[in-house]
Design a binder for this molecule. Structure first.
Ligand SMILES: Nc1nc2c(c(=O)[nH]1)N[C@H]1C(S)=C(S)[C@@H](COP(=O)(O)O)O[C@H]1N2
Ligand SMILES: [Mo]
Length: 214
């Protein structure tokens, strides 16, 4: 699997262009719930690298490893046996669209922390997906009440387009920090940048700070 070069190049150019012409940022906030430069959408757009992996649920596994006391590899059945929670949150994509009031369901990242028990040396988390996408976050950012290993949107199983059977949701960050089709979560002692982070996108990705590009 290779990322679609046109998609990657276009988005990488956007990062370069916006850095140079930041005065031309898109529309200001129309709504106090919309961060600067964002607009509302009514549909749920699909963004990927030009490739959506097909994952047979019988073959699906999630591995959680690295600097943890109890590394695990879960089958779909194991994952289903974890406690499910709901998160109500807004979703902000760096390409300027936002979707408000989403109801997500899945397993809280904080539950995962209880299971794998990170060592004190674990400071960063790297997410790896079935399409070879990666994204990274500090552990303290993932250790939040609204960070969810998500299986449902609006009471329906996530479609393949949106990262089914399981994707991450990290509501306080731009949406690229939420990996779709997650395969592996590694706890690391140092930061390792992900797919967009090495291509000019912000390592912190804070929508309310208009923090899009590095
Ligand atoms: N595995 C994977 N996860 C990914 C991506 C991707 O290309 N591959 N794109 C990211 C980006 S840039 C965004 S904006 C969101 C989009 O999620 P959606 O397609 O459900 O709207 O997924 C993020 N997670
Ligand atoms: Mo994105």
């Amino acid at each position: 699997m290779e990322p679609n070069e046109k998609i990657v190049n276009a988005k990488q150019k956007m990062a370069q262009h916006r850095r140079e012409f930041s005065c031309r940022e898109v529309d200001g906030p129309q709504d106090e719930r919309l961060p600067e430069g964002q607009h509302l959408v009514n549909n749920f757009p699909v963004l990927d690298l030009g490739y959506k992996p097909t994952i047979d649920i019988a073959e699906w596994t999630l591995t959680i490893d690295g600097f943890v006391a109890n590394p695990v590899t879960w089958t779909w059945e194991d994952f289903q046996a974890q406690p499910m929670s709901q998160v109500h949150a807004d979703f902000h994509c760096v390409t300027t669209w936002s979707m408000l009031d989403n109801d997500w369901m899945g397993v809280k990242f904080q539950h995962l922390l209880e299971v794998v028990r990170p060592l004190s040396s674990a400071k960063f988390v790297l997410f790896e997906s079935y399409d070879d996408y990666t994204t990274n976050l500090p552990l303290e950012v993932c250790d939040d009440d609204d960070v969810l290993l998500t299986t449902h949107w609006k009471d329906r199983p996530l479609t393949k387009d949106h990262g089914g059977p399981m994707r991450m949701i990290v509501p306080k960050r731009y949406a690229w920090k939420g990996a779709k089709w997650v395969k592996k979560i590694s706890f690391l002692d140092r930061d390792q940048k992900g797919f967009w982070e090495v291509r000019g996108y912000s390592n912190t990705a804070l929508p309310w700070k208009n923090d899009r590009y590095a």
